[in-house]
Design a protein around this ligand. Structure first.
Ligand code: PLP
Length: 465
């Protein structure tokens, strides 16, 4: 059949879409044999916090797409902003001494919503590109400072910083490091601040100081004069919503200051209201030199990322640096920037960040942590609009006494399957079930969400018994 006719026909036929998908489309992070056997779920529509698939199922998207649809689906004003910009100037680059209005306006607006030490922005197309940019920018900064031996960047195990080669190298995901190496040299990892994993016998605050102390130990081992920067997500997302104890980040800041090393916050998930603050760094009490952002800047409607560059770095780059030989075709893309401008207008006008901080975030905490009463849940916690719960075989007297499932059983994935059946998307990281709902989620919708989660937990328990 002629390809255009074939493409028109599949629009109405789930199986035909799945066959074509399986034949030609290589998906990210996907086992294609398993996908071919199952057939991909085809998403066709989104509105508010709900999605519809090609078989007509309505699903509550408790993951905001991929941690990004902060303003919810179906915003016509976003479509209007993009349409208008496409008609005016669909593309021009920012190389060779040119600029465009939406990029300039967005840079100024981002400076306005970001912590006071930020007065400059570098645009990229994604979070991974933002982190690639940071690796090069940090090393360039130290070259310009006459200390090019300071090139090592310290990150953490189980961190996620993207899928480009620098992103993977910065990240601490064992499964990613095992493929497609070697990694970028000069990047090392310390332990993550996971109280559940490493805090046995300590209070959370004690453990926070111990985990931050691993940074100081590593700096001393490497020699402070060789260390360029430390990078971390304020709250680790893809690693399983790991919320560090309150003592952790202030101690990290103290150590970075003591040795003069740059502090980088990867806010690709935490930025733009996700934790109930415009940036997670502010909430967790740190003053980073660089912030990577993406996702929530456009709520995922159009790809855009970037780096907020603090005054310490920007002054050196702009005054001493000459050309910084780095940039992307889509840096400052006018249509993406127009989408971000409208997205930030919505976040501001609807006071979504404040709502998460003062109203819906605390309500989610109350409802979500109550799920820890379920016999299958060993622990549940949240920070703003990210939350996670741990599935356990048997509860102990403390969280460290919980008896966990054999990893091979894949209990998290079983539970995720039941979540889908109950009409809710929740992600499984091992046996930790996590959510990051759109910031527009109301109290009533939180009731609906936690009700569905509770029902799927019952289904999972029934299967395991
Ligand atoms: N950094 C963090 C913390 C992320 O969660 C992600 C993506 O999930 C990235 C970086 C990479 O962003 P992107 O997928 O836009 O390249």
């Amino acid at each position: 059949m002629d390809i255009t006719k074939q493409l028109d026909k599949v629009q109405f036929d789930t199986q035909a879409i799945q066959q074509l998908d399986s034949a030609h489309y290589l998906h990210p992070f996907t086992d294609h044999n398993a996908l071919a056997a199952r057939g991909a779920r085809v998403m066709v529509k989104g509105d508010g916090i709900y999605l519809w698939d090609s078989d007509g199922h309505k699903i509550l998207d408790a993951m905001s797409g991929l941690w990004c649809v902060n303003i919810g689906y179906g915003r016509t004003s976003m479509a209007d902003a993009v349409y208008k910009q496409m008609q005016t100037l669909p593309f021009y680059n920012s190389f060779f001494n040119t600029t465009n209005l939406p990029a300039v306006q967005l840079a100024a607006l981002l400076v306005d919503v970001s912590p006071p030490q930020f007065n400059h922005v570098f645009f990229t197309g994604s979070g991974s590109e933002a982190n690639d940019t940071i690796v090069r920018m940090v090393r360039r900064y130290w070259e310009l400072m006459g200390q090019s031996e300071r090139h090592v960047i310290i990150s953490r195990h189980n961190a996620y910083h993207g899928s480009t080669i620098a992103g993977v190298s910065l990240g601490g995901m064992a499964g990613m490091h095992a493929q497609g190496g070697p990694m970028v040299p000069g990047i090392v990892h310390i332990g993550q601040p996971s109280y559940l994993e490493g805090g046995s016998g300590m209070t959370p605050d004690e453990f926070g100081l111990v985990a931050a102390g691993w940074l100081e130990e590593r700096i001393r081992e490497l020699g402070p004069d060789n260390v360029a920067a430390f990078i971390g997500e304020p709250v680790q997302g893809a690693g399983g919503v790991i919320i560090p104890p309150p003592t952790y980040w202030p101690e990290i800041q103290r150590i970075c200051d003591k040795y003069g090393i740059l502090l980088i916050a990867d806010e690709v998930i935490c930025g733009f209201g996700r934790l109930g603050a415009w940036f997670g760094s502010t909430l967790l009490g740190i003053k980073p030199d660089l912030i990577a952002f993406a996702k929530g800047v456009t709520s995922g409607y159009i790809p855009l990322g970037g780096v907020l560059v603090g005054d310490r770095v920007a002054a050196v780059l702009t005054e001493k640096g000459g050309d910084f030989n780095h940039g992307f075709t889509y840096s400052g893309h006018p249509v993406a920037c127009a989408a971000a401008l409208e997205n930030i207008r919505i976040l501001r006008d609807e006071q979504l960040v404040e709502k998460v901080a003062q109203d819906t975030g605390p309500y989610l905490k109350q409802k979500f942590t109550a799920l820890a009463d379920h016999p299958l849940v060993g622990h549940a916690d949240s920070c703003g609009f990210v939350a996670g719960l741990n599935l356990v075989r048997r509860k102990g007297a403390t969280v460290h006494g919980n008896e966990v499932f054999d990893g091979d059983l894949g209990v998290g994935m079983i539970c995720r399957g039941y979540m889908f059946e109950r009409g809710i998307i929740m992600r499984a990281v091992g046996d930790r079930m996590i959510i990051a709902p759109p910031l527009v989620t109301t109290r009533e919708q939180i009731d609906e969400m936690t009700g569905k989660i509770g029902a799927a937990l019952d289904d999972t328990l029934a299967e395991l018994r």
